[in-house]
Design a protein. Structure first.
Length: 155
């Protein structure tokens, strides 16, 4: 079989059109099962490797970006414990999702840690408030039971 330029093609190969053929920029992506070279995206269907941290898309700790928690439920629950801190915790929790969508995983991790810290402080303050309220109620009951309400002649 000859191509339009009069050159013989080996048996079983299709003639190539001018301007088409293998890429001239070097080797294509790594074959299936091989890690991609540093700085290159992983082939389709392969888990990504490298980046800062370890395997993953650059998420801190090398894990999945979904491993970065936003603690939104805890932050909302803290409204009943210490509402001032809970408002800031909810705002930081919203920042976690925003940073994850932007691909800024370092800031998402930092916002997640801040949210967790605010929720923990609000929970401790709320627990102390509950304990102090129970102690205050017990003291009030004991004090009220020791008071004499004698108004008559025979007291």
């Amino acid at each position: 079989m000859t191509n339009p330029y009069g050159q013989q093609q080996p048996y079983g190969q299709q003639p190539q059109q001018p301007g088409y053929g293998p890429p001239s920029g070097g080797m294509p992506a790594a074959p299936y099962g091989q890690p991609a070279p540093y700085g290159q995206p992983a082939p389709y269907g392969q888990p990504p490797t490298g980046g800062f941290g370890a395997p993953g898309y650059g998420a801190p700790g090398g894990g999945d970006i979904n491993a970065i928690k936003d603690y939104k439920g805890w932050a909302i629950g803290c409204i009943f414990l210490c509402w001032i801190l809970a408002i800031f915790a909810i705002m930081k929790s919203n920042e976690v999702g925003t940073y994850k969508m932007q691909g800024n995983y370092a800031m998402a991790e930092q916002a997640s840690r801040t949210t967790k810290t605010l929720c923990l402080i609000a929970s401790i303050i709320g627990a102390l408030g509950c304990v102090l309220t129970i102690v205050w109620i017990i003291v009030a009951i004991v004090a009220a039971s020791s008071v004499s309400y004698c108004t008559g002649y025979y007291c």
